[in-house]
Design a protein around this ligand. Structure first.
Ligand SMILES: Cc1ncc(COP(=O)(O)O)c(C=O)c1O
Length: 392
């Protein structure tokens, strides 16, 4: 990374250089890992693509129809910043029923990402520390830095479980937030009730705000548990539509949390995202009718694909048992780094993501099984062949 040393006033008149105007905070965000994989993908013909972080099915028809009807009915204008009342109120009731919370605030978001950002912007001061497990979803590391806050990844290798003593050891007087992501991207691990209780106890003891990213809650191949039920109004609960209903391009999610914090997030949304897309909000009303959209067959399908990935790769790879999402995070065989391994995989037409995109370590790789059975079978064959080649 080359620091920006040029500021506008140092540029002589008539020598406008946009590259010299880039802020330090933008320069400090390194997107090269993922970008490299996508650049490589563009060069391959018919790649075995196991790198995709979104479902391989399409948005269910009733949701599409509802969005189309909303657009035709002129629901194309700004909505209230916090979202449309018809959606907020049922969501608030559902959060209360699920968590036992009494009076949470609810904010409809332009995707869960917006909730991660607004939650941080509403609560973190420069120097405040944010703890999360390593491997992590990339935003957890980069967004605190935009505010001058300090990301504190806590190693969860080799089992990717929540180790309370490691979290305790990372806490300082500046720790303000603990981020949990269950089921997890990139490991697929879902936290058990005991792990959630341990995290809740730590949060209570140290007065931490928990940001609970539950975007993969529908893809949990066992009962999904949320820390929200253990921490009444001490967490920002983030839910999304992107993964559950394959609506990644529609940009819709919601946050529930303490009213004082949700009010500040709403104020910040007013000056950033303004509101979540109106047709997507109206389309989400379709999901309030029980039984209108049933995703069970897709979840069952992904459970089967998870099982196939584990059975297909475990002879050659040390692979954790993902409980949810649609990712596995196998260890690279032999002594290669994950980056070296991914370069070799790409040379064999397979696209996966090196672990250092999600971690301080470069020892594992993320593969997504949100892919067709055909792609998964081709991927298993190619990855096993590569592991045999590496073993020599
Ligand atoms: C853990 C996690 N949180 C949040 C997001 C962002 O989702 P959204 O599309 O709702 O902004 C993703 C997307 O990949 C994710 O993996």
């Amino acid at each position: 990374m080359t620091p920006s040393t040029t500021c506008p006033s140092t540029q002589p008149p008539g020598t406008f250089n946009p590259a010299g105007l880039i802020s330090q905070r933008a320069l400090e965000i390194d997107a090269s890992g993922i970008r490299k994989v996508f650049d490589l993908a563009a060069k391959l013909k018919d790649p075995i693509n196991l790198s995709i972080g979104q479902p391989d099915f399409d948005v269910p028809e009733p949701i599409k129809e509802r969005a189309i009807a909303a657009i035709r009915a002129g629901k194309n204008r700004y909505t209230p910043t916090q979202g449309i009342g018809e959606l907020i109120e049922p969501l608030r009731r559902a959060v209360c029923a699920d968590t036992g919370w009494r009076d949470p605030g609810v904010l409809i978001l332009s995707g869960t990402s917006a909730g991660i950002m607004l939650g941080m912007f509403a609560t973190l001061n420069p120097g405040d520390e944010v703890i999360f497990l390593d491997p992590y979803f990339v935003m957890y590391k980069h967004l605190p830095r935009l505010i001058g806050a300090v990301p504190v990844p806590v190693n969860s290798y080799p089992d990717f479980r929540l180790h309370p003593e490691r979290i305790e050891a990372a806490i300082t007087p500046r720790t303000k937030m603990l981020i949990l992501c269950s089921p997890n991207n990139p490991t697929g691990i879902a936290l058990t009730p005991a792990e959630l209780q341990a995290a809740a106890d730590i949060a209570k003891k140290h007065n931490l705000l928990v940001l609970s990213d539950e975007i993969y809650d529908a893809f949990c191949y066992q009962k999904h548990h949320s820390i929200a039920a253990l921490l009444p109004e001490q967490c920002i609960l983030l839910k999304g539509y992107s993964k559950t209903y394959a609506m990644t391009g529609w940009r819709l999610g919601y946050a529930a949390g303490p009213k004082a914090i949700i009010e500040q997030m709403t104020k910040l949304q007013q000056y950033t995202f303004v509101c979540a897309p109106a047709p997507a909000q109206y389309a989400a009303l379709e999901l309030l009718h029980a039984g209108s959209v049933d995703m069970t067959s897709h979840v069952d399908d992904y459970r089967r694909k998870r099982d196939r990935i584990i059975s297909g790769l475990s002879a050659h790879f040390s692979i954790n048992h993902p409980d949810g999402a649609f990712y596995a995070f196998p260890k690279v065989p032999g002594s290669l780094t994950a980056t070296e391994f991914v370069n070799r995989a790409v040379a064999n037409n397979v696209l996966v993501i090196p672990g250092n995109v999600f971690s301080g370590q470069d020892t594992h790789f993320r593969l997504s099984y949100a892919a067709s059975d055909h792609t998964i079978e081709r991927g298993i064959t190619a990855l096993n062949a590569l592991a045999e080649e590496i073993a020599g």
